[in-house]
Design a binder for this molecule. Structure first.
Ligand SMILES: *Cc1c(COP(=O)(O)O)cnc(C)c1O
Length: 400
């Protein structure tokens, strides 16, 4: 049944095991530990001879259901939940790299993934090269004898550039490298990296999967042996466990993922088209604007994050963000509330100024995460803030 479910059904029913009480909703097992009926059973569970819960850092029935659901959606053999998206990214890298190894990471990665690979991992003897996955010849040239893994996001912040996964996977396979894709911006409803041969998918479940802005969580999906290692060694020993209560909230939030993504994407496209022709907007970055950008069958839609380059300087760009009323000034995405942020001073501030410059993250770039409000209200808010910037630019011009 599970394997044949449409994804829109799977977000509601996937991996659900009804318990003896018949509870419609997955019960919340809010407990740190589990009683063994007798010593023989306890010993057998520790020895792995018998399945059954031991201690919540090792596994919990509520969290297990979330893991089964995301694995079904991504088409993975299994999945492991973590206490944050960063814990999921870090665990994935720590499980597959060791001192002396080298990894290739995409330019423009999420700010903390960037500082993880450029500042934290080198302390443990792991080297990194930042590469542009749009230029596969240069990616291939950066491969060293000790290269083990490629880490990328598509679309990648903040210009929402997309990378075709098929040729990237082909290159990785030629050099026997593992591929890890952060699928946070797309969710499995819009893009399924494993179906393109990617080895591991990571998520910040904080974003669309939970969808209500009230939980921090991460997930990793992939082959059984890799997930067993992540669950039985990395999560167990490094300890970045997800609270069962948060797993329960995500299970609840995910039930509406399909309807939410539909609204998020339709509104984002309308906003992108509206802004494209505004005189104070130099450029709109949104993959959904051009069908070609969706890379054939790779992406079902453009998602709901977009960026705009304003015809404005640093201060005017900040004034625009401050002026918005319905958009909340906050760094996240995937919430019912639309959010606005300024990448140069916020999400991408961990990048050195010259790296930021080279990546084209200008001072007048603004990122919008489109929420679930009525799109007309969002357009009106954007228009009034843009009008205020226009007045400011004109006044300054007149004073000069
Ligand atoms: C938010 C985010 C993360 C980090 O997730 P947390 O849940 O905040 O730890 C990683 N990757 C991407 C693409 C993100 O948007």
């Amino acid at each position: 049944m599970d394997a044949k479910m449409h994804p829109d059904t799977c977000v509601i029913h996937g991996g659900h095991r009804r318990d003896a009480s018949g509870s419609l909703v997955t019960p919340l097992w809010q407990t740190a530990t589990f009683a063994f009926p007798d010593c023989q059973t306890g010993g057998a569970r520790f020895a792995g001879e018998q399945t059954g819960p031991i201690y919540t850092r090792l596994g919990n029935p509520t969290t297990d259901e979330l893991e089964r659901r995301i694995a079904l959606l991504e088409g993975a053999e299994s999945a492991v939940a973590f206490g944050s998206g960063m814990a999921a990214v870090a665990a994935t890298l720590l499980a597959n790299l060791q001192a002396g190894d080298h990894l290739l990471a995409a330019v423009g990665l999420y700010g903390c993934s960037y500082s993880l690979v450029t500042e934290q991992l080198p302390r443990f003897g792991i080297e990194v090269s930042l590469v542009d996955f749009a230029d596969l010849a240069s990616v291939e040239a950066a491969i060293q004898p000790n290269t083990r893994l490629m880490l990328l996001e598509t679309p990648v912040n903040p210009h929402l550039r997309v990378y075709p996964l098929d040729p990237i996977v082909a290159l990785a396979r030629r050099h026997e490298l593992l591929t890890v894709v952060d699928n946070t911006f797309m969710t499995p409803l819009l893009q399924k990296p494993l179906s393109h041969g990617v080895d591991l998918v990571v998520h910040s479940a904080t974003k669309y999967l939970n969808g209500h802005g009230d939980v921090i969580a991460g997930l990793v999906c992939g082959r059984d042996e890799m997930m067993q290692r992540l669950r039985g060694e990395i999560r167990k020993d490094f300890g970045a466990v997800l609270s069962p209560h948060d797993a329960w909230l995500i299970l609840r939030g995910m039930k509406t993922l399909a309807v939410r993504m539909e609204r998020h994407c339709t509104s984002a496209l309308k906003v992108a088209k509206h802004l494209q022709h505004h005189p104070r907007v130099a450029r709109v970055y949104y993959p959904g604007l051009e069908q070609d950008n969706l890379l054939g069958n790779q992406m079902a839609a453009g998602g709901a994050v977009l960026a705009l380059e304003l015809e404005a300087d640093y201060h005017q760009a900040l004034a625009f963000a401050d002026r918005l009323q319905l958009f909340t000034l906050a760094v996240s995405l995937g919430d019912p509330e639309s959010l606005v942020q300024h990448p140069a001073s916020m999400t991408h501030s961990p990048y050195a100024p010259e790296v930021r410059q080279a990546a084209g993250i200008s001072d007048s770039l603004i990122r919008l995460a489109i929420g679930l409000e009525h799109v007309d209200d969002l357009l009106a808010d954007l228009d009034q803030a843009l009008a205020a910037v226009a007045t400011q630019v004109e006044t300054q011009g007149a004073q000069r």
